[in-house]
Ligand binder design. Structure first.
Ligand code: PHE
Length: 455
């Protein structure tokens, strides 16, 4: 019997579509609908998007293939995976770094996920109806000023995530992802079409698709790289963990390509849904993290069936966020339970409690306690920036370097071909990319962003 199936205690995904839906469930989330538009907005739109898509293709897809391979080959959590592959080296620290990222990412992510819960409540009680842009902005600011409502909402989100994770992944995540991801896609398309028919929509579309490279700064390039890692869930061990649930017979390259295409498509469609509304209602494209929450309710307030669409949209946003927070918490829970030998439920309670405390601090840093800041950034902004632009990027790159230089060509070829089942005729360019091009590109981006190097 194949090695992978001997580990009977471990759950695994049941079907090809299930694997793609669950992995895409992790990838597609607030990163696409909330983070991508606001980061693109801050970096001037079109030109940023071209750089972003180039990073997804050149770096994101190979990185995803490497990370999934590490998980599937070892059938272990990120820490255990590196321990198994290199028992005597220090490579397990790469796994640890990803696990540390869970705290940073989950904390600001749960805060924004909490906002989506509040907005669903507002949608259900028809709060956007016939409101103008100023009134919609006031909904957001009074929610933030209350201080405790955002905290309760984000804690509620942590609890919902913990409930799903504690009851196991397979039936829950896989089944729901298969149903919900296609519906999410459909709704984003509807929103995008509605937004494109708003007055002034052309201005938003031009912002999005007419590249103006003069707007690109060295920070934009790092932002694009960080967003690519964040959006594809690379560099945190999520893909090692999900890879460990994938059967040996699956084609990992195909999974990585399908997930990356779906993820990029949804990010761009979110931009199409949001920017025409931004220009049409006079919202600043550089509004930052509030952007989606200020832009979309304006469409709902005016469109026919706005009530229905706003309710459904926020439900879907919650689901998109939930399938991502589940994957984030899963990394920590599996690690704690496998390494400390405690059961899933206990491990979930411990993990969710710690993560919940981080989320509360993060929320307080932008509402009631602005002193919770470092380097001139609130904890929220700091965690957002540091985790994607630095930790995920660095950790993801180390994983690629591990596969390229330590595990080697034979190992990755074997994994990508599923032991000879699939042809890997792209192996030569693939090795060239992961050995040289990706590390060089990432070093250049880092040097450029700290000002040592100028393009
Ligand atoms: N990819 C998720 C999103 O776009 C966020 C995420 C990052 C999830 C890292 C897991 C790990 O929303």
């Amino acid at each position: 019997m194949n090695q992978s199936y001997s580990n009977l205690g471990r759950s695994s995904f049941g079907s090809k579509f299930g694997i793609i839906a669950a992995t895409a469930g992790s990838a597609v989330g607030l990163g696409n609908i909330w983070r991508f538009p606001y980061i693109a907005g801050e970096n001037g739109g079109g030109a940023f998007i071209i750089i972003y898509v180039a990073f997804i293709m050149l770096i994101g897809i190979p990185a995803m293939m490497c990370e999934l391979s590490i998980g599937r080959a070892t059938q272990k959590n990120p820490f255990g995976a590196f321990k198994e592959l290199r028992p005597n080296g220090k490579w397990y620290l790469v796994g640890c770094m990803g696990i540390a990222a869970v705290f940073f990412i989950n904390s600001f992510y749960s805060v924004v996920a909490g906002w989506t819960l509040f907005y669903l409540f507002e949608a259900l009680t028809n709060q956007f109806h016939a409101k103008d842009a100023g009134q919609i902005e006031a909904v957001f600011s009074s929610f933030q000023e209350s201080g405790w409502i955002p905290i309760l909402c984000s804690l509620l989100f942590v609890v919902i995530t913990a409930v799903v994770v504690s009851s196991g992944v397979k039936k829950g995540i896989e089944r729901w992802s298969k149903i919900l991801m296609p519906i999410l896609l459909l709704f984003i398309v509807i929103m995008a079409v509605r937004s494109m028919t708003l007055p002034n929509a052309g201005e938003g579309l031009a912002f999005l698709f007419k590249p103006d490279f003069s707007k690109i700064t060295s920070k934009s390039i790092l932002d694009a790289l960080g967003q690519a890692f964040f959006s594809l869930s690379i560099g945190m061990g999520v893909l090692i963990t999900y890879g460990s649930y994938i059967n040996k017979g699956e084609n990992l390259a195909q999974t990585a390509v399908s997930v990356s295409i779906a993820d990029t498509l949804i990010a761009i469609l979110s931009g199409v849904a949001i920017f025409p509304a931004v220009f049409s209602f006079g919202i600043s494209p550089t509004s930052g993290p509030d952007l989606v929450f200020l832009a979309l309710p304006n469409i709902f307030s005016q469109m026919t069936g706005g009530y229905f669409f706003s309710v459904v949209f926020f439900i879907l946003l919650i689901i998109a966020a939930l399938t991502s927070t589940i994957s984030i918490l899963e990394v920590l829970v599996v690690c704690v339970s496998e390494e400390l030998g405690i059961n899933r439920v206990k491990s979930t309670v411990i993990s969710a409690t710690v993560v919940g405390i981080f989320a509360v601090l993060c929320s307080l840093s932008i509402t009631k306690i602005p002193e919770l800041s470092m380097f001139g950034l609130s904890l929220f902004d700091l965690f957002d920036f540091v985790s994607s632009n630095i930790i995920l990027t660095l950790d993801g790159t180390l994983m690629i370097i591990f596969v390229a230089w330590v595990a080697g060509k034979k190992w990755i070829q074997n994994e990508l071909s599923s032991n000879g089942l699939y042809k890997v005729n792209y192996i030569k360019p693939f090795m060239l990319i992961i050995k040289f091009i990706v590390p060089a590109a990432i070093i250049l981006v880092f040097l450029q962003s700290v000002g040592i190097f100028k393009f």
